[in-house]
Design a protein around this ligand. Structure first.
Ligand SMILES: *[C@@H]1O[C@H](CO)[C@@H](O)[C@H](O)[C@H]1NC(C)=O
Ligand SMILES: *[C@@H]1O[C@H](CO)[C@@H](O)[C@H](O)[C@H]1NC(C)=O
Ligand SMILES: *[C@@H]1O[C@H](CO)[C@@H](O)[C@H](O)[C@H]1NC(C)=O
Ligand SMILES: *[C@@H]1O[C@H](CO)[C@@H](O)[C@H](O)[C@H]1NC(C)=O
Ligand SMILES: *[C@@H]1O[C@H](CO)[C@@H](O)[C@H](O)[C@H]1NC(C)=O
Length: 445
């Protein structure tokens, strides 16, 4: 009996605990311990369950392999289901085609789930939308076909469902020059008319949320896989007039190195769900989700290394860690302080971390796998390693800041002992590495 109680308690606590924090830019794992493959997310809420469909890019190819489907009740612990959509040979969704940006909406009257996606040839020359339907949120979906909406091109797209159950297609048309919003028919199988057009807007990666009767369009500009400053537009009616554009994050951060994929309402705010593409290894592209807050009146990303969401309350909490200045560490090899003109939070940067240069900090730990956020600038593509207590090195995927001196942060999870730990930051690279400003140590997992 005693054993059974202990066993039951262990099982329950295992079920209840799970992960609790959202770590933008980290590798995200599903409840089976596999990396989540659901890029260009589309989110659908059914009762209290969220479904996440996205592009499975595990094959590191832009070509269609699958639209995956995950479910969660907390947006943190995601269980993978069978794929929602898989290639159909002899059609425009074969494994030599492009299927991107899947978005699912539900059709109450037909008791159906309807998926829209960007459907294309491998050279992106057909520029169509594809439509598929299913009886359950994860499907599998049956492909209905691909077409040019109202005879025009459609590349990046999303779907918006209004309060009155009217659905809209949001799409980059006319060689990505004009951005259009078209109303769907009553089955959500086709579009019937363009209700708004942002001429010459050159937008991609759209998402939309409605808040207090105002429509907010979030979108990136066109710069391929590289990030750019994503924008917002607003209007009192979906048919416009649409406002001019403004940034959702400080411009030089290029949306904290990400591109919009989906925007999910959260209380009076929202969640920005973006992708940090790694074009040379697409499957390693990361999910970058942040709170999107209207506290200033306009939607602005709330930067957070780690944050939690309370779905019942419709709130978020940015977590705090303890900061350690890189300049206070022990420098070795070619590492050098960068001078008083190169600071962040008052801390001088440490540069020349290539060519065997490194900096070692002593930080306290709690005896757990803990998150570190590395604040750096001037990286090229991937930054190199963190070495904890002379153990094996952990590779840090540090995105390129594009030659602009802007400090970004990248999370890495390492095991810290209870008490004192020595952590060394460096690069295996022969002559170049990002400059390090500070390291924030978090205790939440
Ligand atoms: C793909 O779509 C194009 C444009 O509608 C069409 O011409 C072509 O036949 C389709 N390909 C297949 C394999 O169905
Ligand atoms: C969608 O509607 C247009 C315009 O009414 C029509 O020409 C086209 O055939 C329809 N497409 C599909 C896939 O139903
Ligand atoms: C984090 O620190 C800020 C500034 O001191 C504070 O306002 C906030 O409440 C703290 N957050 C948590 C979760 O403790
Ligand atoms: C720091 O910046 C100031 C103002 O731009 C400049 O006058 C000064 O020379 C710079 N100092 C160094 C060490 O680069
Ligand atoms: C790590 O290794 C270096 C070089 O072997 C040694 O000098 C240092 O004492 C070691 N540090 C720890 C914490 O073991």
């Amino acid at each position: 009996m005693y054993v059974h109680v202990a066993l039951l308690f262990g099982l329950l606590s295992g079920l209840v605990l799970g992960k609790s924090v959202i770590v933008p830019g980290a590798l995200w794992y599903d409840t089976d311990g596999n990396e989540i493959q659901a890029h260009s997310a589309g989110i659908l809420k059914v009762d209290s369950t969220y479904y996440w469909v996205g592009e499975d890019k595990a094959a590191n190819s832009a070509l269609f392999s699958a639209v995956s489907c995950y479910s969660s009740t907390d947006l943190v612990n995601w269980e993978r289901h069978d794929n929602a959509l898989t290639p159909v040979s002899g059609t425009n969704i074969s494994s030599s085609n492009i299927v991107e940006r899947p978005k699912v909406t539900s059709h109450g009257q037909n008791n159906q789930y309807v998926m829209w996606f960007h459907s294309d040839s491998s050279d992106y020359g057909l520029a169509m939308v594809g439509v598929a339907t299913a009886d359950t949120p994860c499907g599998p979906y049956s492909y209905r076909g691909s077409f040019n909406p109202l005879g025009a091109q459609s590349r990046d797209e999303s779907v918006f469902l209004d309060d009155d159950q009217t659905a809209y297609l949001l799409y980059a048309s006319d060689n990505n020059q004009n951005f259009k919003i078209a109303q769907m028919d009553s089955n959500y199988y086709n579009v019937t008319e363009v209700v708004a057009e942002l001429e010459g807007a050159t937008l991609e990666a759209p998402g939309m949320i409605k808040r207090d009767g105002v429509y907010w369009l979030i979108a990136s500009h066109t710069s391929g896989w590289a990030p750019n400053p994503n924008k917002y537009f607003y209007a009192d009616s979906i048919s416009g007039t649409w406002s001019s554009q403004a940034d959702i994050a400080p411009e030089d951060t290029k949306t904290y190195n990400s591109q919009n994929a989906y925007d999910l309402p959260l209380g009076t705010n929202a969640i920005y769900m973006g992708d940090r593409w790694e074009s040379s290894l697409l499957g390693n592209s990361r999910y970058v989700w942040y709170p999107l807050s209207w506290s200033s009146g306009d939607p602005q990303i709330v930067f957070a290394d780690l944050w939690t969401v309370d779905l019942d309350a419709g709130t978020y909490t940015v977590l705090n860690g303890t900061a350690y200045a890189a300049s206070a560490g022990t420098l070795s090899g070619s590492a050098e302080l960068l001078g008083s003109n190169s600071t962040y939070n008052g801390n001088e940067g440490v540069g020349y971390l290539g060519d065997g240069g490194s900096v070692t900090l002593t930080v306290p730990g709690i005896g757990a796998d803990q998150w570190l956020a590395l604040y750096y600038a001037n990286a090229d593509s991937t930054w190199r390693y963190v070495l904890v207590n002379n153990g094996s090195s952990v590779v840090v995927d540090q995105p390129n800041t594009g030659g602009v001196h802007v400090v970004l942060s990248v999370p890495v999870q390492v095991h810290l002992n209870e008490g004192s730990n020595t952590i060394t930051f460096g690069a295996d690279q022969s002559n170049y590495a990002g400059d390090l400003y500070e390291v924030i140590v978090y205790t939440q997992t």
